[in-house]
Design a protein around this ligand. Structure first.
Ligand SMILES: Cc1cc2nc3c(=O)[nH]c(=O)nc-3n(C[C@H](O)[C@H](O)[C@H](O)COP(=O)(O)OP(=O)(O)OC[C@H]3O[C@@H](n4cnc5c(N)ncnc54)[C@H](O)[C@@H]3O)c2cc1C
Length: 393
């Protein structure tokens, strides 16, 4: 997403760009829900991607208790879009001749005037700059900042996106129209509607984004990352290989922990999968002619649903400084000065919201925030709300 945004914005200031994607096939069907923020809307408009058929609008947030009674409400109109929809809009901004699938970045060399980028298979490309938009485990970042590593937050999420058509009648009526919260101690369940496959927004064809935050120490996570064939994975397990005993335990817990209407939603997920939560702050996001954007530059926990918005703003800021400065070194230094501190603020804010889960609360401030967030009303006021950055300006 950050790579596509960078390409779109740089093209608009007259640069020739090429995007190199490791995947050998088009990235479709990822399915995750993305909360819209005003910054993302603006970036979509200004990048030329546009905002057509972005997603599903909800007007209200609600919180359930264990019995399924609504114990809190907050009016907050918000559009919930999806990774697929944004990817498609952005992909259309790039001439297919400049979008290269199956190119795996390996290393970069640079001098004062440009970069020489090496990809698998001995392929080499030259450029004026290299923009690393290659995600949380960025190889570009590893090349310039090898000591910066993502840190496990101490919790993970079970997730899935069941079809609207597979939901029970009560889930359709009581959950699907809203941004729903269920917040037992040290857990969070969040649900909201998103487009269906192929960005289908027709009623009956949409999906529900279902997320269940759970606490697990690093040892337990490591055990979970042993797949159905006994193979140990480093970070997470591809969904089809997740062990059946883990899924059975999840279903069992759903029966005993969730309000019945939310358990209906979990039951409608054919293949739940889990994602461990990591974050990190990089002390700088530029080295010579190499600049990092999006998750490669800094990665916040997903409590604000702001990752794609941050990626878009990084890309926009990069194009702005390059448009304003003829001296590329000065432009990239300005980019670092503008965006590194913002990335850091976003990560720190996400850690603040993560205190809800009660993991690792070293300071009085963390413990006070944890207490404050035990109130479902406070969670609805803080989680994935627009304009949270205004408090830091
Ligand atoms: C559970 C969860 C929920 C989230 N919810 C939201 C939300 O509601 N709203 C939101 O805005 N964000 C959300 N996010 C965050 C969001 O998904 C990321 O911030 C966003 O995808 C970052 O985009 P990116 O382009 O920087 O990285 P990525 O999406 O990771 O893309 C990196 C790309 O680089 C490619 N790549 C990697 N290595 C190489 C290589 N060596 N050579 C070539 N290509 C390579 C990858 O194949 C990939 O296509 C969530 C994240 C998680 C984990």
């Amino acid at each position: 997403m950050s790579g596509l945004f960078a390409a779109a914005f740089l093209r608009r200031i007259g640069w020739d760009i090429d995007v190199y994607e490791r995947s050998t096939v088009e990235l479709v069907g990822r399915g995750a829900g993305i909360t819209m923020h005003p910054e993302l809307l603006e970036a979509l408009q200004k990048s030329g991607a546009g905002t057509r058929d972005l997603g599903v609008k909800v007007d209200k947030r609600i919180a359930f208790d264990r019995a399924g009674r609504v114990i809190g409400e907050k009016y907050l109109p918000q559009v919930l879009t999806s990774w697929d929809r944004l990817q498609r809009l952005l992909r259309d901004t790039i001439d297919p001749a400049h979008y290269h699938l199956g190119w795996n970045f390996e290393r970069v060399e640079q001098d004062g005037s440009g970069v020489r980028v090496h990809f698998s298979g001995g392929r080499v490309e030259h450029g004026t700059i290299l923009v690393g938009g290659d995600g949380i485990r960025s190889g570009v970042r590893a090349a310039i900042l090898p000591d910066v590593q993502p840190i496990y937050a101490g919790y993970y999420i079970w997730r899935g996106a069941p079809n609207e058509a597979d939901l029970s009648r009560r889930a359709l009526n009581e959950v699907f129209p809203y941004f729903s919260f269920f917040l037992p101690p040290q857990q969070q369940v969040l649900c909201y509607p998103i487009a269906g496959l192929n960005d289908d927004l027709r009623p009956g064809h949409r999906r529900l984004n279902f997320i269940w935050y759970r606490v697990a120490d690093a040892t337990l996570l490591k055990q979970m990352c042993v797949d159905a064939h006994g193979h140990q994975h480093a970070y997470s397990v591809p969904p089809p290989l997740i062990r059946k005993d883990l899924i059975a335990a999840l279903r069992h817990e759903g029966d005993h922990v969730l309000p019945p209407v939310l358990n209906d939603c979990l039951r409608a997920i054919r293949q739940p999968f889990f994602t461990p939560i990591y974050d990190f702050i990089a002390p700088r996001i530029v080295s010579g002619r190499v600049a990092l954007v999006g998750d490669a530059a800094s990665n916040a926990r997903p409590h604000m649903g702001f990752g794609v918005s941050k990626a878009a703003c990084d890309a926009q800021a990069l194009a702005n400084v390059l448009a304003e400065n003829d001296d590329i070194g000065k432009a990239l230094a300005a980019y670092n000065q503008i965006r590194q501190p913002i990335g850091e603020i976003i990560v720190r804010h996400s850690r603040k919201l993560g205190t809800h889960l009660g993991v690792n609360l070293p300071t009085d401030e963390d413990r006070a925030m944890h207490e404050r967030l035990q109130d479902p009303g406070a969670m609805m006021d803080w989680i994935a709300v627009p304009n949270f950055l205004a408090a830091y300006q």
